[in-house]
Ligand binder design. Structure first.
Ligand code: NAG
Length: 76
């Protein structure tokens, strides 16, 4: 019972903090879904936020990541 209450509380907190996307499933608000940031598991790569979790991608060979607002550009 206690763990269910803890999960519910976490879900409510996550929903409250990402209320711009009320259809999103409960997720740790590590990032804002749909945004991209430079970094992640690949050198010169980037991450795309998927339901609150960053997913790593690599830039094309010979290019690296540059931030551009909420998105990124892979460029030389
Ligand atoms: C960055 O984004 C803006 C609009 O969001 C765009 O006009 C601009 O071309 C982008 N920068 C690069 C280097 O592509």
């Amino acid at each position: 019972m206690q763990s269910i209450r803890a999960v519910l509380f976490t879900a409510l907190f996550a929903l409250a903090s990402v209320s711009a996307r009320p259809e999103a499933p409960p997720a740790p608000s590590a990032c804002v879904s749909g945004t991209m940031t430079c970094g992640g598991n690949f050198a010169g790569g980037f991450t795309v936020c998927n339901w609150g979790s960053p997913v790593s991608f690599a830039c094309a060979p010979g290019t690296k990541c540059y931030p551009n607002g909420s998105y990124i550009i892979c460029n030389r």
